[in-house]
Write a protein that binds this ligand. Structure first.
Ligand code: 5AD
Ligand code: SF4
Length: 443
């Protein structure tokens, strides 16, 4: 029986977490994961649809894989994830080397599908669900350092930001059983893991009702439950919508030292007009009030963001407002994107993609340059401070050095001595770049 699967993952952390679920679902049916694509019988590509270039990259990858299929003709290729959901019919029609297409809520069908495609059939399963959370599936963490792991706590999104495909590719929002999340965290801790990141498109709207006790668990309570698993288990989360970032969550974060001092709060734009067009449900003032609240409750919290340059109708003034927002908040890190019009979104139906590409590029470059400067200055302020660092592994630059992260999620590199990955160690920062702190073990 041909049963070697190879899985390639693109896109966000949620997709990586899903690939671990897929691997688990297939392993228990007798399939084995291989790390060398040339030994695969099935190649699964877990795809992203967030921007056009993400999809172009997958199309290119599919063309490359034709060569491999010529020498190994039985190899079946499947498309998973957001692009599968968005483009099922088109992919079936245009990519004749693809045998199966599976959307994010249909992974339980995979074992049965792999059997059926053996006789040359081509199959697509892309039904979205209102309840699937895969909460009974133990992810197989095949690409792990054994120290940090992601735990998916909810799926889907219904914020309908005007630019975004996610509500269409991942369906309605639903929260996973809190007990199963805590069990997974405890199990990871027992296996030696020391950090978990709770994942969802909008974790602040996590809500789960315990059928036995009738108790409602919201995100702050869930964070508290996971933080209590062990004081040596660090807890992070991603990602939050500014409109739902509550003081209650900040109070919980402040009272548990093992909840990491880092909040990812996508701003998307600094212009009130753009935020309204984007359907973000907050104003720049509201956003800045949330930033103030973070700084009040957790003064040493790092703040990171996502931003889009060149959304529909963005003027030079709107762009300046975004730069001003960056100067005001002084983010520690930012994911910065050029707007990409996505089919079927509100923007595509009702707005014009009218900012010329060279203007988008120039605005993006201005944001990147400003943010580079701010990140460097922020890091320079850390020089001389001592941080508790969770050691993750050997530095990519030198065998003699280790790297880890502080609670603020900043990477710190230092001489290894006799320290091992998985340990906590106090490191004093002596130098920095815009991306990395360089330190030495504190006495
Ligand atoms: N074009 C550019 N960036 C986008 N994002 C989401 N949709 C688009 C789009 N159509 C960005 C947002 C989001 C991040 C995950 O990707 O900044 O927070
Ligand atoms: Fe993740 Fe969104 Fe890309 Fe889907 S479209 S993989 S949810 S970033």
């Amino acid at each position: 029986m041909k049963n070697n699967i190879y899985i390639e993952t693109y896109g966000c952390q949620m997709n990586f977490a899903d690939s671990e679920i897929v691997t688990s679902l297939l392993s228990r049916e007798g399939y084995s994961l291989v790390r060398d694509i040339n030994t695969a019988d099935y190649i699964l590509i877990n795809t992203c649809a967030i921007r056009d270039n993400a999809e172009q990259r997958i199309r290119k990858r599919l063309r490359e894989l034709r060569a491999l299929q010529r020498s190994r003709q039985w190899v079946k290729i499947g498309i998973l994830g957001c692009m599968a959901e968005r483009l099922k019919d088109q992919l079936m029609a245009e990519e004749d080397n693809v045998s199966f297409i599976v959307g994010p809520d249909a992974y339980r069908n995979l074992p049965a599908m792999l059997k059926r495609i053996q006789n040359g059939e081509r199959l697509a399963e892309t039904l979205l669900s209102e309840s699937e959370t895969y909460d009974d599936i133990d992810p197989i963490r095949y690409d792990t350092n054994g120290i940090t792991a992601y735990i998916s706590i909810m799926r889907g999104c219904q914020n309908y930001c005007a630019y975004c495909v996610v509500p269409y590719t991942r369906g309605r929002e639903r929260s996973r059983n809190a007990q199963s999340i805590v069990r997974e965290a405890a199990d990871l801790f027992d296996k030696g893991y020391r950090e978990v990141t709770l994942l969802g498109q909008n974790v602040n709207s996590y809500r789960w009702k315990d059928a036995d006790t009738g108790a409602e668990v919201g995100f702050p309570q869930l964070m508290e439950m996971v933080a209590k698993v062990n004081p040596l288990l660090r807890v992070r989360f991603a990602t939050s919508h500014p409109k739902d970032l509550s003081d209650e969550l900040l109070r919980v974060m402040a009272s548990y030292p093992n909840i990491c001092r880092c909040i990812h709060l996508p701003v998307q734009s600094g212009s009130a007009r753009m935020l309204k067009l984007m359907n973000r449900h907050y104003t720049p003032e509201w956003y800045l009030d949330r930033i103030d609240a973070i700084r009040r409750y957790i003064p040493d919290c790092s703040i990171t963001t996502d931003v889009i340059a060149g959304f529909c109708g963005e003027t030079e003034e709107d762009h300046q407002a975004t730069l001003e927002m960056f100067r005001r908040v002084r983010y520690d890190y930012a994911y910065m994107f050029k707007f990409s019009m996505r089919p079927n979104t509100y923007a595509e139906k009702h707005l014009q993609d009218d900012v010329p590409d060279e203007v988008k590029t120039r605005r993006l470059e201005e944001i990147i340059a400003l943010q580079g400067q701010i990140a460097l200055e922020n890091n320079q302020r850390e020089v001389g401070k001592v941080f508790e660092v969770l050691v993750e592994g050997v530095s990519h630059r030198s065998e003699q050095q280790l790297f880890g992260r502080n609670s603020q999620n900043k990477v710190i590199v230092f001489d290894r001595g006799d320290i091992k990955p998985g340990q906590y160690v106090n490191v004093k920062v002596v130098r920095c770049t815009a991306a990395t702190l360089i330190g030495e073990v504190a006495k």
